[in-house]
Write a protein that binds this ligand. Structure first.
Ligand code: FES
Length: 164
């Protein structure tokens, strides 16, 4: 991680400007950004720890808490809200048996809402990892969840409905 952050830092005239790419590198390496990792990033860059904390806790792309294998980030900003993203959130909460902000007990899914993903033309939109999924409806959500389970090697037919 140190080597990759040093490589990124040389592209910027000021090491403080490299905090965002450094956080992305650290998150890819560790899965999320607990306090010890944030401090390590600050120490590698030689910047104030508070600057690193501020960015890590401001942007939704950074996770200071552990997330599931698939982080479902549903946009709930205006365009997506007008195209019923709230219904999709309720549906996912029902199907996954968790509330917004929660992670399924098998560690597969974390469900969050986020601000505009900059893809309003295909609202409602959800980001999963680095991929965007748009023009979503309940059927597409179900297909997506099943495909993600298949990717993880989980047979979706074996998943009991919530509450069982
Ligand atoms: S409002 Fe959802 S992508 Fe812009």
């Amino acid at each position: 991680m140190r080597e990759k952050i040093e490589e990124a830092a040389v592209r910027y005239p000021d090491r403080r400007s490299a905090i965002m790419p450094a956080l992305l590198i650290a998150q890819r390496e560790h899965g999320h950004l607990p306090g010890a990792v944030l401090e390590e990033v600050a120490d590698i860059l030689g910047v104030e720890r508070i600057w690193v904390y501020e960015l890590a806790t401001f942007y939704t792309l950074f996770h200071t808490e552990a997330v599931g294998m698939f982080h479902l980030q549903l946009c709930d900003n205006v365009s997506c809200m007008l195209r019923r993203s709230e219904d999709l959130l309720r549906h996912m909460e029902d199907v996954l048996g968790i509330k917004k902000g929660g992670t399924t007990p098998d560690g597969l899914f974390t469900l969050s809402t986020v601000e505009c993903l900059g893809a309003c033309e295909m609202a409602p939109v959800m980001q999963v990892g680095d991929d965007y999924h748009g023009d979503l409806d309940v059927a597409r959500i179900d297909a997506l969840l099943n495909s993600l389970r298949a990717t993880a090697g989980v047979d979706h037919a074996s998943i009991p409905p919530p509450g069982e």
